[in-house]
Design a protein around this ligand. Sequence first.
Ligand SMILES: C[S@@+](CC[C@H](N)C(=O)[O-])C[C@H]1O[C@@H](n2cnc3c(N)ncnc32)[C@H](O)[C@@H]1O
Length: 336
Amino acid sequence: MGLVVTIFVNYKEERSMDWTAVTVITSSEAVEAVSYLLTDEGAQGIQIDDAADFAHLQSGKYGRYGEIIDPEEIPHRKQGAAVTGYFPKKTFVPEIVPTITTKVAKLKDYGLNPGENKVSAALVNNEEWATVWQKYYHPLRVTNELTIVPQWEDYTPEQDSEKLLYLDPGMAFGTGTHPTTRLMLQALEQVIRGGESLIDVGTGSGVLSIAAKQLGAGQVAAYDVDDVAVQSAKKNLALNPVASDVRLGVNSLLDGIHTQVDVIVANILAEIIVPLIPQAYDNLKPGGRFLISGIIDDKASLIRQELAEQDFIIDSETKMKDWHGIIAHKPAEEEA
Ligand SMILES: C[S@@+](CC[C@H](N)C(=O)[O-])C[C@H]1O[C@@H](n2cnc3c(N)ncnc32)[C@H](O)[C@@H]1O
Protein backbone atom coordinates (compact mmCIF):
# COMPACT_ATOMS: atom_id res chain seq x y z
CA MET A 1 0.00 0.00 0.00
CA GLY A 2 1.39 3.44 -0.84
CA LEU A 3 -0.45 5.81 1.40
CA VAL A 4 1.81 8.77 0.99
CA VAL A 5 5.07 7.83 -0.55
CA THR A 6 7.77 10.33 0.02
CA ILE A 7 11.03 9.92 -1.75
CA PHE A 8 13.80 12.18 -0.75
CA VAL A 9 17.19 12.61 -2.22
CA ASN A 10 20.08 13.85 -0.11
CA TYR A 11 17.66 14.81 2.59
CA LYS A 12 20.25 14.84 5.32
CA GLU A 13 22.57 17.10 3.36
CA GLU A 14 19.74 19.54 2.60
CA ARG A 15 18.35 19.63 6.12
CA SER A 16 18.80 23.37 6.71
CA MET A 17 17.03 24.51 3.55
CA ASP A 18 13.57 25.71 2.73
CA TRP A 19 11.86 24.17 -0.27
CA THR A 20 9.46 25.08 -3.01
CA ALA A 21 6.79 22.41 -3.29
CA VAL A 22 5.37 22.11 -6.80
CA THR A 23 2.17 20.06 -6.81
CA VAL A 24 0.62 18.51 -9.91
CA ILE A 25 -2.99 17.36 -9.71
CA THR A 26 -3.16 14.46 -12.09
CA SER A 27 -4.67 11.01 -12.60
CA SER A 28 -3.70 7.90 -10.65
CA GLU A 29 -2.33 6.23 -13.77
CA ALA A 30 0.05 9.13 -14.45
CA VAL A 31 1.56 9.23 -10.95
CA GLU A 32 4.77 7.45 -11.78
CA ALA A 33 5.35 9.35 -15.02
CA VAL A 34 4.71 12.70 -13.26
CA SER A 35 7.12 11.69 -10.49
CA TYR A 36 9.78 10.97 -13.07
CA LEU A 37 9.07 14.22 -14.83
CA LEU A 38 9.35 16.30 -11.62
CA THR A 39 12.61 14.54 -10.74
CA ASP A 40 13.86 15.31 -14.23
CA GLU A 41 13.11 19.01 -13.65
CA GLY A 42 15.28 18.96 -10.52
CA ALA A 43 12.91 17.89 -7.71
CA GLN A 44 14.96 16.52 -4.86
CA GLY A 45 12.05 14.67 -3.30
CA ILE A 46 8.64 13.42 -4.34
CA GLN A 47 5.47 13.03 -2.33
CA ILE A 48 2.52 11.11 -3.75
CA ASP A 49 -1.03 11.37 -2.51
CA ASP A 50 -3.02 8.96 -4.66
CA ALA A 51 -6.72 8.17 -4.15
CA ALA A 52 -6.09 4.78 -5.79
CA ASP A 53 -3.78 3.84 -2.93
CA PHE A 54 -6.71 4.03 -0.56
CA ALA A 55 -9.31 2.42 -2.78
CA HIS A 56 -8.59 -1.18 -1.76
CA LEU A 57 -7.88 -0.53 1.90
CA GLN A 58 -10.12 -1.94 4.52
CA SER A 59 -10.80 -0.20 7.78
CA GLY A 60 -9.22 -1.55 10.87
CA LYS A 61 -5.68 -1.97 11.97
CA TYR A 62 -4.52 -4.74 9.69
CA GLY A 63 -5.88 -4.68 6.15
CA ARG A 64 -5.64 -7.29 3.44
CA TYR A 65 -2.18 -6.12 2.41
CA GLY A 66 -0.87 -5.92 5.96
CA GLU A 67 -1.29 -2.17 6.33
CA ILE A 68 -0.77 -0.88 9.79
CA ILE A 69 -2.49 2.43 9.17
CA ASP A 70 -6.25 2.65 9.36
CA PRO A 71 -7.44 4.55 6.26
CA GLU A 72 -10.33 5.94 8.28
CA GLU A 73 -7.86 7.74 10.51
CA ILE A 74 -6.18 9.79 7.85
CA PRO A 75 -7.70 12.37 5.56
CA HIS A 76 -7.08 11.37 1.96
CA ARG A 77 -7.97 12.14 -1.63
CA LYS A 78 -11.10 10.52 -2.97
CA GLN A 79 -10.12 10.76 -6.65
CA GLY A 80 -7.06 11.39 -8.81
CA ALA A 81 -3.66 12.07 -7.37
CA ALA A 82 -1.46 14.92 -6.22
CA VAL A 83 2.23 14.53 -6.92
CA THR A 84 4.46 17.03 -5.20
CA GLY A 85 8.06 17.65 -6.11
CA TYR A 86 10.32 19.42 -3.60
CA PHE A 87 12.70 21.83 -5.30
CA PRO A 88 15.54 23.71 -3.63
CA LYS A 89 14.46 27.27 -2.89
CA LYS A 90 16.82 28.66 -5.51
CA THR A 91 14.79 27.00 -8.31
CA PHE A 92 13.18 29.57 -10.60
CA VAL A 93 9.56 28.53 -10.13
CA PRO A 94 7.94 30.87 -12.72
CA GLU A 95 9.92 28.99 -15.34
CA ILE A 96 9.42 25.41 -14.23
CA VAL A 97 5.67 25.58 -13.57
CA PRO A 98 4.74 26.15 -17.25
CA THR A 99 7.36 23.61 -18.37
CA ILE A 100 5.86 21.00 -16.06
CA THR A 101 2.32 21.81 -17.20
CA THR A 102 3.34 21.33 -20.84
CA LYS A 103 5.17 18.07 -20.14
CA VAL A 104 2.28 16.64 -18.11
CA ALA A 105 -0.13 17.49 -20.97
CA LYS A 106 2.20 15.58 -23.35
CA LEU A 107 1.73 12.37 -21.33
CA LYS A 108 -1.35 11.89 -23.53
CA ASP A 109 1.04 11.08 -26.39
CA TYR A 110 2.27 8.11 -24.33
CA GLY A 111 -1.24 6.85 -23.66
CA LEU A 112 -1.42 8.24 -20.10
CA ASN A 113 -4.26 10.38 -18.82
CA PRO A 114 -2.77 13.69 -17.51
CA GLY A 115 -5.91 14.29 -15.39
CA GLU A 116 -6.67 17.86 -14.31
CA ASN A 117 -3.04 18.88 -14.81
CA LYS A 118 -3.30 21.75 -12.33
CA VAL A 119 0.16 22.83 -11.21
CA SER A 120 0.74 24.99 -8.13
CA ALA A 121 3.75 26.05 -6.10
CA ALA A 122 4.22 26.87 -2.40
CA LEU A 123 7.12 27.53 -0.10
CA VAL A 124 7.61 24.84 2.53
CA ASN A 125 9.88 24.99 5.45
CA ASN A 126 11.98 22.03 6.19
CA GLU A 127 10.70 21.08 9.63
CA GLU A 128 7.13 21.17 8.37
CA TRP A 129 7.53 18.56 5.64
CA ALA A 130 10.05 16.43 7.51
CA THR A 131 7.38 15.56 10.03
CA VAL A 132 4.87 14.84 7.26
CA TRP A 133 6.75 11.88 5.86
CA GLN A 134 7.79 10.48 9.21
CA LYS A 135 4.12 10.45 10.15
CA TYR A 136 3.11 8.24 7.23
CA TYR A 137 6.05 5.91 6.77
CA HIS A 138 5.83 3.04 9.22
CA PRO A 139 6.91 -0.59 9.26
CA LEU A 140 4.99 -2.37 6.55
CA ARG A 141 4.60 -6.08 6.02
CA VAL A 142 4.86 -6.12 2.21
CA THR A 143 4.76 -9.89 1.66
CA ASN A 144 4.40 -12.94 3.88
CA GLU A 145 8.06 -12.88 4.68
CA LEU A 146 9.25 -9.32 4.05
CA THR A 147 8.67 -6.29 6.24
CA ILE A 148 10.00 -2.87 5.34
CA VAL A 149 11.14 -0.91 8.35
CA PRO A 150 11.98 2.80 8.22
CA GLN A 151 15.50 3.24 9.45
CA TRP A 152 14.47 5.20 12.55
CA GLU A 153 11.84 2.71 13.78
CA ASP A 154 12.51 0.24 16.53
CA TYR A 155 10.53 -2.73 15.25
CA THR A 156 10.00 -6.14 16.78
CA PRO A 157 8.95 -8.82 14.24
CA GLU A 158 5.57 -10.41 14.90
CA GLN A 159 6.79 -13.78 13.61
CA ASP A 160 10.16 -15.53 13.51
CA SER A 161 9.90 -15.98 9.74
CA GLU A 162 9.70 -12.22 9.10
CA LYS A 163 12.69 -10.76 7.27
CA LEU A 164 13.35 -7.08 7.79
CA LEU A 165 14.44 -4.60 5.14
CA TYR A 166 15.72 -1.36 6.63
CA LEU A 167 15.21 1.63 4.35
CA ASP A 168 15.61 5.35 4.59
CA PRO A 169 12.75 6.62 2.45
CA GLY A 170 14.48 9.97 2.20
CA MET A 171 16.14 8.67 -0.95
CA ALA A 172 15.40 7.33 -4.45
CA PHE A 173 12.30 5.52 -5.75
CA GLY A 174 11.65 2.31 -3.90
CA THR A 175 10.11 2.75 -0.47
CA GLY A 176 8.56 -0.65 -1.08
CA THR A 177 5.06 0.72 -0.95
CA HIS A 178 4.46 1.24 -4.68
CA PRO A 179 2.45 -1.56 -6.32
CA THR A 180 5.21 -2.16 -8.89
CA THR A 181 7.78 -2.69 -6.14
CA ARG A 182 5.40 -4.92 -4.20
CA LEU A 183 4.74 -7.07 -7.26
CA MET A 184 8.48 -7.61 -7.60
CA LEU A 185 8.93 -8.33 -3.89
CA GLN A 186 6.24 -11.01 -4.17
CA ALA A 187 7.86 -12.40 -7.32
CA LEU A 188 11.25 -12.57 -5.58
CA GLU A 189 9.64 -14.41 -2.70
CA GLN A 190 8.30 -16.98 -5.18
CA VAL A 191 11.48 -17.42 -7.17
CA ILE A 192 14.40 -17.19 -4.74
CA ARG A 193 15.14 -20.53 -3.13
CA GLY A 194 18.72 -19.86 -2.03
CA GLY A 195 22.04 -19.17 -3.70
CA GLU A 196 20.74 -17.70 -7.00
CA SER A 197 22.84 -15.12 -8.84
CA LEU A 198 20.74 -12.05 -9.64
CA ILE A 199 20.88 -8.70 -11.42
CA ASP A 200 18.63 -5.86 -10.31
CA VAL A 201 18.15 -3.40 -13.19
CA GLY A 202 17.02 0.09 -12.09
CA THR A 203 17.69 -0.55 -8.44
CA GLY A 204 16.48 2.86 -7.16
CA SER A 205 16.67 2.66 -3.38
CA GLY A 206 18.13 -0.86 -3.63
CA VAL A 207 14.97 -2.36 -2.14
CA LEU A 208 14.77 -5.38 -4.48
CA SER A 209 18.45 -6.28 -4.06
CA ILE A 210 18.11 -6.11 -0.29
CA ALA A 211 14.99 -8.26 -0.45
CA ALA A 212 16.73 -10.79 -2.73
CA LYS A 213 19.60 -11.09 -0.26
CA GLN A 214 17.20 -11.42 2.65
CA LEU A 215 15.46 -14.25 0.80
CA GLY A 216 18.78 -16.05 0.33
CA ALA A 217 20.07 -14.97 -3.10
CA GLY A 218 23.77 -15.50 -3.75
CA GLN A 219 25.72 -12.99 -5.82
CA VAL A 220 23.69 -9.85 -6.54
CA ALA A 221 24.58 -6.96 -8.87
CA ALA A 222 22.45 -3.80 -8.87
CA TYR A 223 22.51 -1.05 -11.50
CA ASP A 224 20.79 2.26 -12.04
CA VAL A 225 21.24 4.85 -14.74
CA ASP A 226 20.84 7.62 -12.16
CA ASP A 227 23.89 8.18 -9.99
CA VAL A 228 21.77 9.77 -7.27
CA ALA A 229 19.78 6.51 -7.05
CA VAL A 230 23.03 4.57 -6.84
CA GLN A 231 24.12 6.74 -3.91
CA SER A 232 20.77 6.09 -2.22
CA ALA A 233 21.07 2.36 -2.81
CA LYS A 234 24.57 2.46 -1.35
CA LYS A 235 23.25 4.00 1.87
CA ASN A 236 20.37 1.55 2.09
CA LEU A 237 22.60 -1.47 1.42
CA ALA A 238 24.76 -0.26 4.30
CA LEU A 239 21.70 -0.32 6.58
CA ASN A 240 21.24 -4.03 5.81
CA PRO A 241 24.32 -6.12 6.62
CA VAL A 242 22.86 -9.09 4.70
CA ALA A 243 23.27 -7.02 1.53
CA SER A 244 26.81 -5.81 2.18
CA ASP A 245 28.24 -7.82 -0.75
CA VAL A 246 25.81 -6.49 -3.38
CA ARG A 247 27.80 -5.05 -6.29
CA LEU A 248 26.42 -1.66 -7.24
CA GLY A 249 27.08 0.50 -10.28
CA VAL A 250 25.81 3.20 -12.62
CA ASN A 251 24.74 1.55 -15.86
CA SER A 252 21.98 1.93 -18.41
CA LEU A 253 20.00 -1.31 -18.55
CA LEU A 254 22.45 -4.16 -19.24
CA ASP A 255 24.56 -2.22 -21.76
CA GLY A 256 28.03 -3.74 -21.89
CA ILE A 257 27.16 -6.53 -19.44
CA HIS A 258 27.79 -10.10 -20.59
CA THR A 259 27.24 -12.65 -17.91
CA GLN A 260 24.98 -15.60 -17.10
CA VAL A 261 22.78 -15.30 -14.03
CA ASP A 262 19.82 -17.17 -12.57
CA VAL A 263 17.49 -14.20 -12.10
CA ILE A 264 17.09 -10.69 -13.54
CA VAL A 265 14.62 -8.33 -11.89
CA ALA A 266 13.54 -4.96 -13.28
CA ASN A 267 10.85 -2.55 -12.20
CA ILE A 268 11.04 0.07 -14.93
CA LEU A 269 8.45 1.60 -17.23
CA ALA A 270 7.36 -0.67 -20.08
CA GLU A 271 8.98 1.47 -22.78
CA ILE A 272 12.33 0.92 -21.07
CA ILE A 273 11.69 -2.80 -20.54
CA VAL A 274 11.35 -3.33 -24.30
CA PRO A 275 15.08 -2.82 -25.09
CA LEU A 276 15.95 -4.71 -21.89
CA ILE A 277 14.24 -7.93 -23.06
CA PRO A 278 16.94 -9.11 -25.54
CA GLN A 279 19.69 -8.05 -23.10
CA ALA A 280 18.05 -10.03 -20.30
CA TYR A 281 17.74 -13.08 -22.55
CA ASP A 282 21.48 -12.94 -23.34
CA ASN A 283 22.43 -12.53 -19.68
CA LEU A 284 20.25 -15.33 -18.28
CA LYS A 285 21.28 -18.95 -17.93
CA PRO A 286 18.95 -21.43 -19.70
CA GLY A 287 15.99 -21.79 -17.35
CA GLY A 288 16.80 -18.40 -15.74
CA ARG A 289 13.92 -16.22 -14.53
CA PHE A 290 13.07 -12.71 -15.69
CA LEU A 291 10.91 -10.73 -13.22
CA ILE A 292 9.45 -7.49 -14.55
CA SER A 293 7.12 -4.78 -13.38
CA GLY A 294 6.47 -1.11 -14.08
CA ILE A 295 3.97 -2.28 -16.72
CA ILE A 296 0.77 -0.26 -16.79
CA ASP A 297 -2.41 -1.95 -18.15
CA ASP A 298 -2.17 -0.57 -21.70
CA LYS A 299 1.39 -1.78 -22.11
CA ALA A 300 0.93 -5.33 -20.86
CA SER A 301 0.14 -6.81 -24.28
CA LEU A 302 3.16 -5.10 -25.83
CA ILE A 303 5.43 -6.64 -23.19
CA ARG A 304 3.87 -10.11 -23.57
CA GLN A 305 4.41 -9.89 -27.32
CA GLU A 306 8.04 -8.73 -27.00
CA LEU A 307 8.75 -11.51 -24.49
CA ALA A 308 7.27 -14.12 -26.85
CA GLU A 309 9.27 -12.77 -29.80
CA GLN A 310 12.42 -13.20 -27.73
CA ASP A 311 11.42 -16.81 -26.88
CA PHE A 312 10.76 -16.08 -23.22
CA ILE A 313 8.07 -18.27 -21.65
CA ILE A 314 5.66 -16.47 -19.32
CA ASP A 315 5.15 -18.41 -16.08
CA SER A 316 2.77 -16.04 -14.32
CA GLU A 317 1.33 -12.57 -14.42
CA THR A 318 -0.06 -10.71 -11.42
CA LYS A 319 -1.76 -7.38 -11.13
CA MET A 320 -1.95 -4.78 -8.40
CA LYS A 321 -4.12 -1.78 -9.17
CA ASP A 322 -3.24 -0.80 -12.77
CA TRP A 323 0.16 -2.42 -12.69
CA HIS A 324 1.28 -5.80 -13.99
CA GLY A 325 4.13 -7.96 -12.77
CA ILE A 326 5.39 -10.81 -14.94
CA ILE A 327 7.57 -13.81 -14.16
CA ALA A 328 9.03 -15.33 -17.33
CA HIS A 329 11.86 -17.72 -18.02
CA LYS A 330 14.40 -18.42 -20.73
CA PRO A 331 13.79 -21.95 -22.00
CA ALA A 332 15.90 -24.56 -20.26
CA GLU A 333 18.10 -26.64 -22.56
CA GLU A 334 15.54 -29.44 -22.73
CA GLU A 335 12.78 -26.94 -23.62
CA ALA A 336 14.77 -25.15 -26.36
C1 LIG B 1 10.35 2.53 -10.72
S1 LIG B 1 11.97 2.73 -10.13
C2 LIG B 1 12.26 1.15 -9.35
C3 LIG B 1 13.11 1.21 -8.12
C4 LIG B 1 13.17 -0.11 -7.34
N1 LIG B 1 13.85 -1.12 -8.10
C5 LIG B 1 11.80 -0.58 -6.95
O1 LIG B 1 11.36 -1.63 -7.46
O2 LIG B 1 11.13 0.08 -6.15
C6 LIG B 1 12.88 2.63 -11.63
C7 LIG B 1 14.36 2.88 -11.51
O3 LIG B 1 14.94 2.60 -12.78
C8 LIG B 1 15.95 3.55 -13.05
N2 LIG B 1 16.12 3.59 -14.50
C9 LIG B 1 15.36 4.27 -15.43
N3 LIG B 1 15.88 4.05 -16.65
C10 LIG B 1 16.95 3.22 -16.52
C11 LIG B 1 17.89 2.65 -17.42
N4 LIG B 1 17.83 2.89 -18.73
N5 LIG B 1 18.87 1.86 -16.91
C12 LIG B 1 18.94 1.61 -15.58
N6 LIG B 1 18.09 2.14 -14.67
C13 LIG B 1 17.11 2.94 -15.14
C14 LIG B 1 15.43 4.84 -12.44
O4 LIG B 1 16.50 5.72 -12.18
C15 LIG B 1 14.75 4.32 -11.17
O5 LIG B 1 15.63 4.33 -10.07
